[in-house]
Design a protein around this ligand. Sequence first.
Ligand SMILES: [Ca+2]
Ligand SMILES: [Ca+2]
Length: 267
Amino acid sequence: MSATPLRRWRTVALTTATVLVALTAPTLTAAPALATTTAYDTTYYKNAVGKSGTSLKSALHTIISSQSKLSYAQLWDALKVTDQDPNNSNNVVLLYSGISRSKSLNGGNVGDWNREHVWAISHGNLTTSTGPGTDLHHIRPEDVQVNSTRSNKDFDEGGSTFTNSGGSRTDSDSFEPRDAVKGDVARMILYMAVRYEGGDGFADLEPDEKVNNGSTPYIGKLSVLKRWNDEDPPDAFEERRNQVIYDSYQHNRNPFVDHPEWVDAIW
Ligand SMILES: [Ca+2]
Ligand SMILES: [Ca+2]
């Protein structure tokens, strides 16, 4: 019984410490992703919790490789559920543009949205056959022309905005998503790196520190992706998306949406 006031005091102390950190943190540098706990730690993630480095990556690879797979055609209907606008159930939210657009405008014409591979399919010669090129965790709705603008560029900061960019930027060799999805992009790329390790007939995908990776199975820049993961922690939209993929489609999770601190634990 006497433990109750003590526990209350510790909670107050932690809250104060958190506020102080927030007030004193430099404005341009986000604090590292905080350790989190989820409802899945004692079940889905039980063989990963407590590990770090390559042993964490290996444990997560085993866990998330148990999944159902979608065909490229099935992605259309799945995206209408996973990326539904929380404020308008007739629409999806386009990843880089932030535009809310009618679900029925999926297609290939100007003004339509299509299936953006955040892990660009030329990196590692992915295809649209069932596999990494149809993995719903990294495929998002995007304006047809914005998808072309991103092309297969690596991720880095810098460049200019463009039509329907929503604040995203690009230059000759890289693409910078708008601030609200920088972390989402980082966590999608790093999911792909853990999920695809080369043992299943597909390339071993990995982040590196370069741009212009071309058709090699790499996407950069890792240091920038790590920073974006810290700056833009998972929000309700991203967490719901992960849950819908787990419950209704692939039955696997993006560990970095559940545990953003695992990015630094591995890389
Ligand atoms: Ca975000
Ligand atoms: Ca890999």
